[in-house]
Design a protein around this ligand. Structure first.
Ligand code: RET
Length: 270
């Protein structure tokens, strides 16, 4: 993508929008997700029409929020509102160049990924402390990931924030791989949880990989390719994930409704 005529930080929103629209491949990676998020919202509303128990409805709303946030996020990106040209610091492979940075992605992950974890935690019938841990570590991962993408004062500091974000990510992985499988087995949701856990862990590992290889990191991938990487991961990590979860909940509402009330109250199951 060519560098705009103004200096990076002076590029106006309409200038950024023009750059986005002139890169067909990059632009398509955004619009595909806008279309899919719209279709997913309609489908998920329909799939949840008969769900009645409070716990199953909570899982459904959390799941529905994933494409809702995604639609808003991708409109923010495609409109240029949450995309900026950032001057890369010395040491970066593109040092001195203005790199198109879709930072809105990291910002909106702070809203969408906790919904995925809320739905998974409820499915596993976890306890409040573990759910709180997973969600807060996840938010910290996204915010420090945003810092890694935005900081332009030093290349080393970009990787410091990347490392901090990865440490928070490890805490999320620990909960997903060690804590919740046992909870889910005890709640009788072990099979579906196992499938969704595998999908989540494998796909989520792809995000830091694209960050590291993309223009934010060592820049072996182009802006458009990196964006397609995230968009492709999003399609499976959000829509396919949410579809699998919702169809299971719609078919097995009793299994979710009957589990204990571990999120609060003295009667919480052990
Ligand atoms: C970053 C870079 C810093 C290190 C790490 C990252 C992890 C990001 C992840 C994102 C998952 C996003 C999803 C979005 C769906 O809406 C921020 C890329 C560890 C795991 C699932």
């Amino acid at each position: 993508m060519s560098v705009p005529s103004t200096t990076p930080l002076q590029a106006t929103q309409s200038g950024v929008l023009r750059e986005i629209q002139s890169d067909v491949l990059f632009n398509a990676s955004l619009w595909v997700n806008i279309a899919l998020a719209g279709a997913a919202i309609l489908l998920f509303v329909y799939m949840g029409r008969d769900i009645e128990s409070p716990r199953a409805r909570l899982i459904w709303v959390a799941t529905l929020l994933v494409p809702l946030v995604s639609l808003s996020s991708y409109v923010g990106l495609a409109s240029g509102l949450t995309v900026s040209f950032l001057p890369m610091p010395p040491g970066h492979p593109l040092a001195g160049e203005a790199v198109l940075t879709p930072w809105g992605r990291y910002l909106t992950w702070t809203l969408s990924t906790p919904m995925i974890l809320l739905a998974l935690g409820l499915l596993a019938n976890t306890d409040l402390a573990t759910l709180f841990t997973a969600i807060t570590m996840d938010i910290a991962m996204c915010v420090t990931g945003l810092a890694a993408a935005l900081i332009t004062s030093s290349y080393a500091l970009r990787w410091v924030f990347f490392g901090i974000s990865s440490a928070f990510f490890l805490a999320v992985l620990y909960v997903l791989l060690v804590e919740w499988p046992d909870d889910a087995a005890a709640a009788g949701t072990g099979d579906i949880f196992g499938t969704l856990k595998l999908l989540t862990v494998v796909l989520w590992l792809g995000y830091p990989l694209f960050w590291a290889l993309g223009t934010s990191g060592i820049a072996v991938l182009s802006t458009a390719f990196t964006s397609w990487g995230y968009s492709a991961l999003d399609i499976v990590a959000k829509y396919v994930f949410a579809y699998l979860l919702l169809s299971w909940v719609a078919d097995n509402e009793g299994a979710v409704a009957d589990v204990g009330v571990r999120l609060g109250g003295p009667e919480s199951a052990a």
